[in-house]
Design a protein around this ligand. Structure first.
Ligand SMILES: C[S@@+](CC[C@H](N)C(=O)[O-])C[C@H]1O[C@@H](n2cnc3c(N)ncnc32)[C@H](O)[C@@H]1O
Length: 179
């Protein structure tokens, strides 16, 4: 019995490993997707102090990973509508698990960010890569309402002028855009 449990557990671990490393590697190399790297908490704290939103604002984290920014926002803005979008199974599952144990109402969608409509968004946070920001610039221009904000960590939009940039020295830059 114990050996069966060990075999099943090993199989599950191998599937996680395959999903996380092999699928991610394929998407990074062949589709130009950003890898999974969490925004550091020092950067999240700075973002939180700079990002003033309405108490019922609609906020998306595109390529959410474990949705670090949304988790911080949840504490300060309990009535905000917070949605994270993440295609990769493993980070999405960890986020769902964190939601379950903290009884969080953050919505976590396991989906490609380009399949999500952003018409209702008040603010969008991204920590992605150069290629994805090039594609997102067009999506933002087509979908975001006037007044919506985009905050991008490390990777600016290619042509839109940032309203404000915060230089965090070794920790990189945060770009703020207003539509
Ligand atoms: C650099 S990480 C940032 C994670 C999180 N936003 C944070 O700041 O901690 C980028 C994440 O975006 C996800 N991602 C990349 N391309 C994506 C796409 N097209 N659709 C959904 N998620 C994507 C990756 O799987 C990865 O978890």
């Amino acid at each position: 019995m114990i050996s069966v449990i060990i075999q099943v557990a090993t199989l599950i671990l191998l599937l996680f490993f395959f999903e996380f490393f092999v699928v991610q590697a394929y998407n990074i190399v062949f589709r130009g997707y950003a890898p999974f790297l969490a925004t550091k908490s020092v950067v999240l704290r700075r973002l939180l102090s700079e990002l003033k939103i309405n108490k019922d604002a609609v906020v998306y984290e595109l390529g959410a990973g474990r949705a670090g920014l949304l988790r911080m926002l949840r504490k300060q803005y309990p009535n905000a509508k917070l949605t994270g979008v993440e295609y990769s199974f493993f980070p999405w599952l960890i986020g769902k698990f964190q939601n379950a144990i903290t009884n969080s109402k953050i919505k976590l969608l396991k989906e490609n960010i380009f399949k999500i409509g952003l018409k209702g968004a008040d603010a969008v946070y991204c920590y992605l890569n150069v290629d994805t920001m090039i594609k997102l610039e067009e999506k933002f221009a087509n979908e975001l309402r006037e007044g919506a904000r985009v905050i991008s960590y490390q990777f600016p939009l290619p042509t839109k002028k940032a309203e404000r940039t915060i230089d965090l020295g070794e920790e990189g830059k945060i770009y703020f855009y207003q539509y």
